[in-house]
Design a protein around this ligand. Structure first.
Ligand code: AHG
Ligand code: MN
Ligand code: MN
Length: 335
């Protein structure tokens, strides 16, 4: 049996950079800095029940959601880690209304992040994580970045990834040359390559959606999920953790489909999406597609959705290509 090479994420980043002779090392440095932030957050999440980081911060964020102390801690760690590096010109976070000002903001890259995804699960010891995406700046170099640098479509992504703080901590990232997964060895404090070149199965047998919202779904989504439950389909198993990061991580590894459709609760005419385009949907869609999967926003490719505002929300379907194609055929009214 061929033995897999033991390689840390730092070594992997450096070797990946060498493939591009024109690379300056800035992106490598930026990703390297992020890995340290993930280790710090992971350490805090692992002992959250023992320290005062567990619990509510007593405020709400721009989305009107309660902020947990861990949300705030993760936000601070990333900002403090990335603020002085010189690689960035702008940062934007799910937890901050505006672009985050940088001490050294003359770099070539832009960072968008969800500091702690699934944070409502933290008090019950369920997986949470950090999601990030990186764009190249489009504004002139030399000074700080602007909104235009942040509001870029998925096809402009340079890199994206996430750290999931689960039964083990894993880092999954792509710079457009495959999706690679690393597991944190806590005794070494190193992320070691454990899942090289991840490929999502062509079809899975799990669907993942908040079925408590079924009464507020559109007809096509309702018919699609009924179809998955029909005995002729297997049937599919239902798995919904309620942390997108954990639900999509499982989908990436074992296949199937993850959905967060619009719900027609409050705004019955237009419906409302929940997941954030810049901080959740686009980075996860990038990874799923890099691994051979598909991602849609309604019937449109998710990667083609143009962000117009920092906290824009979008409906999401992503996962195995055959499963997402099936969903698309329902959405398009063919079934
Ligand atoms: P966050 O913790 O960053 O606010 O994100 C929560 C998101 C996402 O992780 C998850 O898929 C979704 O909210 C769950 O929403 P429901 O509780 O409505 O199912
Ligand atoms: Mn989130
Ligand atoms: Mn969050």
């Amino acid at each position: 049996m061929e033995q897999q090479r033991i390689i840390s994420v730092q070594r992997h980043l450096v070797e990946s950079q060498h493939v591009h002779p024109q690379a300056t090392g800035e992106l490598t440095g930026l990703l390297w800095d992020l890995t340290l932030a993930f280790k710090l957050i992971s350490a805090a999440v692992n002992k959250a029940g023992l320290t005062d980081v567990l619990g509510m911060a007593g405020s709400t964020n721009v989305h009107g959601e309660d902020v947990t102390r861990m949300d705030r801690y993760a936000q601070e760690v990333i900002v403090r880690m990335m603020d002085h590096g010189g690689h960035l010109c702008a940062m934007a976070s799910e937890e901050e209304e505006e672009i985050i000002p940088l001490t050294r903001g003359d770099g070539r890259y832009v960072l968008c992040f969800d500091p702690l995804d699934g944070s409502s699960n933290i008090g019950v010891n369920v997986s949470v994580g950090t999601i990030f995406s990186i764009y190249r700046r489009v504004s002139p170099t030399g000074g700080p970045g602007c909104l235009e640098d942040v509001l870029q479509p998925g096809k402009a992504l340079v890199a994206a990834g996430y750290a999931v703080y689960g039964s083990s901590t894993m880092l999954v990232y792509s710079t457009g040359a495959g999706v690679h997964g690393f597991t944190l060895d806590p005794s070494l404090g190193e992320f070691l390559l454990s899942h090289p070149n991840l490929r999502i199965p062509r079809r899975g047998s799990i669907y993942s959606v908040n079925e408590g919202n079924q009464a507020w779904w559109d007809d096509a989504t309702r018919r699609y999920v009924e179809h998955l439950k029909a005995p002729a389909q297997g049937p599919y198993k239902s798995r919904y953790i309620g942390s997108m990061i954990a639900d999509v991580h499982r989908t990436l590894l074992t296949g199937g489909v993850f959905l967060y459709p619009r719900t027609y609760k409050k705004d019955k005419a237009r419906g409302e999406a929940k997941l954030r385009l810049l901080y959740e949907a686009l980075p996860m869609a990038f990874l799923v597609e890099q691994a051979g999967g598909r991602a849609l926003a309604g019937s449109q490719p998710l990667m083609e959705v143009i962000p117009h505002t920092l906290h824009q929300r979008v409906e999401v379907a992503m996962g195995s290509p055959a499963d997402v194609d099936d969903y698309a055929s329902f959405i398009q009214g063919a079934r």
